[in-house]
Design a binder for this molecule. Sequence first.
Ligand SMILES: C[S@@+](CC[C@H](N)C(=O)[O-])C[C@H]1O[C@@H](n2cnc3c(N)ncnc32)[C@H](O)[C@@H]1O
Length: 223
Amino acid sequence: MKTDILLEIDKDKFRSRLSGYTRQAYSRLPHMEAPAILDIGCGSGIPTIQLAIISKGKITAVDIDRQSLNILRDKIKVFRLSGHIKPVRHSLLTLHFKNTCFDIVWAEGSIAVIGFEKGIQEWRRFIKPGGFLVVHDEITNYREKMTCIPKFNYTLVHHFKISEHVWLNEYFNPLLQRIKELQVIYKNDPGAMKILDKEASETALFMKSPENLASLFYIMQKI
Ligand SMILES: C[S@@+](CC[C@H](N)C(=O)[O-])C[C@H]1O[C@@H](n2cnc3c(N)ncnc32)[C@H](O)[C@@H]1O
């Protein structure tokens, strides 16, 4: 039941509305022929699919969550991208790839798990000399985050913000609207309502502090 209701909410549909920003960040990189990309905390692969299509490279897509990876596997089949995306179930806290084997390390919405400073420090070794680290992270403490970029031997090539208005209009408001629709449909189903009420209150809680909803893309080059 839990899975069914979550599938009906379909957060991916709303997350997809922000895919243009993944493409915008990628467009800031120099042309690379079929780059090797490590997508850390890929989830169900909204950015991963975009990256595979635009880069035509080889993506190793890592996440700890089995269910998200299964959704990604389904998408890989639908988009016929099996030659381009390899899903790997592993914790981002204990990654064990060889040194300097990726042209690009990409992380959207996942660096907070390890912490910005620790993440950029630890993931640096996976990047080829002159390669790139692209991080999409919550806006909080962005000044401190920017100061640690040169400290760990990266150049900040470019950065851009996704405003709280974009997040509200494209993601949070439509998501809450969808949850409310389902609350009407499932009003006589206590199991479904429990999940829907939880999702609604979590979403509403996020929306209470709209200034924290904004996010930032950091495009960094390994020195
Ligand atoms: C906010 S989602 C972002 C998903 C995707 N990158 C996107 O932008 O749509 C964060 C992802 O990090 C994953 N995650 C959380 N802790 C993790 C860990 N210890 N190791 C690997 N992935 C983790 C979650 O499972 C989730 O898929």
